[in-house]
Design a protein around this ligand. Structure first.
Ligand code: ADP
Length: 396
């Protein structure tokens, strides 16, 4: 069975075709600059990356181009489109409606649309991808896999904000959390790697990428996570501020003469380690700049690590302990310095890092020493594979 996994943004569409039984990626790539000019990147298994510039006025053309590439005589990996048995769509916000992945029908589309209020940047783009696929692949079953679903197990004390309760009742303003597919995949994989039952572990997953969030997983269920109503809450990220005093919004709006939209743009796109350093949102650049003596770059990374360590501490408290701490995503998988700095705060938990193991990049490995009381693991995330598995499970 082959599953086409789609992650659709407003002007981009990332895809993978995964053979479900072997979990092998047959082809992957992305469409970029949809609605602007259009570029398809296509890479078949074991083959060279191909880049095709071609107009893509809408996502429907983008989907058609991906499908054409997949069945192309020269470098295609499928004989015909009949070999696509299912499509798994990443959907960002499922609100309180979706605690699990679901097979897509008109009713589901409607419900995702109703959640768009909560994720105005993401859900409409995801829906465009769903509609484009339905138009082109007509009867192929499709699943929606939500970033928020895994966190629907959070207890009320974790997801309620200290706001008038009627805002929760009227508008569903609460913590939802994101990166759920990744937190679920990584925490499960950690239990497998340790040979321990998933439902008996207290795990903290640090998904540190350009977007970053931390999740407390107790006995196989998300009990708290750092992102909130939107992905803006929590950690200091690449360009997002994470937690700030809400009063800063009014203060800055007045000082900088910005309207709400302007402030929200600053918080999402001009803040985080990028805004702090004035150098870059990329930790490789920050590392280089710090080495060259740039104090702001160092301060940005220090603040990032400190915030992460504080969240880990609060989740150890929330779960009354922690057995394993996992690092994943671009920074978590590659940046040993960041991992070491974060773990440096965790001595009180009995965490000792194995410096040699901590040189590892992008591979599953135990990062802590054998006698460390808390285990640290590097577990590369694989959201596409997780979406593929969810899709197959629903179809079966
Ligand atoms: P997202 O999916 O949120 O866009 P990723 O998980 O792909 O982000 O992470 C991207 C980030 O990972 C980059 O911005 C960079 O900061 C970091 N990164 C990638 N490779 C390395 C590396 N070798 N060393 C340090 N940081 C890295």
């Amino acid at each position: 069975m082959n599953v086409l996994v789609i992650n659709c943004g407003s002007s981009s569409l990332k895809y993978q075709v995964i053979h479900a039984e072997s979990e092998e990626v047959l082809a992957k790539g992305l469409c970029e600059r949809i609605g602007i000019d259009g570029r398809l990147v296509y890479q078949p298994k074991g083959g060279e990356k191909e880049i095709t510039e071609s107009p893509m006025p809408t996502h429907t053309e983008a989907v058609r181009m991906v499908l054409d590439a997949l069945v192309n005589e020269k470098s295609g990996v499928l004989k015909s489109l009949d070999e696509i048995d299912a499509v798994g769509h990443r959907v960002v916000h499922g609100g309180e409606k979706f605690a699990n992945s679901i097979l897509i029908d008109e009713e589901v589309i409607q419900a995702v649309e109703e959640c768009s209020d909560l994720a105005p940047l993401h859900n409409p783009a995801n829906l465009i991808g769903i509609r484009a696929c339905r138009q082109v692949l007509k009867d192929v079953p499709m699943a929606a896999v939500f970033d928020t679903a895994f966190h629907q197990t959070m207890p009320q004390e974790a997801y309620l904000y200290g706001l008038p309760y009627e805002y929760y009742e009227k508008y569903k303003v609460r913590k939802y959390g994101f990166h759920g597919t990744s937190h679920s995949y990584v925490s499960k994989r950690a239990a497998e790697l340790l040979g321990r039952p998933y439902d008996s572990l207290k795990t903290i997953v640090c998904h540190l990428g350009n977007g970053a969030s931390i999740c407390a997983v107790k006995n196989g269920k998300s009990v708290d996570t750092s992102m909130g109503l939107s992905p803006l809450e929590g950690l200091i990220m690449g360009t997002r501020s994470g937690d700030i005093d809400p009063s800063a919004v009014e203060f800055l709006a007045k000082k900088e003469n910005l309207d709400l939209e302007g402030i929200v743009k600053v918080l999402n796109k001009e803040s985080g380690v990028y805004g702090l350093s004035g150098v870059s949102s990329d930790f490789r650049d920050l590392d280089q700049a710090s080495e060259e003596g740039n104090g702001r770059a160092k301060a940005a990374v220090d603040a990032f690590c400190y915030r992460a360590a504080k969240y880990i501490g609060s989740y150890a408290a929330a779960m009354n302990g922690v057995d394993v701490i996992c690092f994943t995503a671009g920074v978590g998988e590659n940046d040993g310095k960041v991992r070491a700095k974060i773990c440096g705060y965790l001595g009180y938990l009995g965490m000792t890092l194995d410096e040699e193991a901590n040189r590892t990049r992008g591979e599953e490995v135990r990062l802590s020493t054998a006698d460390s009381k808390v285990t640290a693991l590097l577990v590369p995330t694989n959201e596409e594979l997780a979406i593929c598995r969810e899709t197959v499970a629903l179809i079966k």
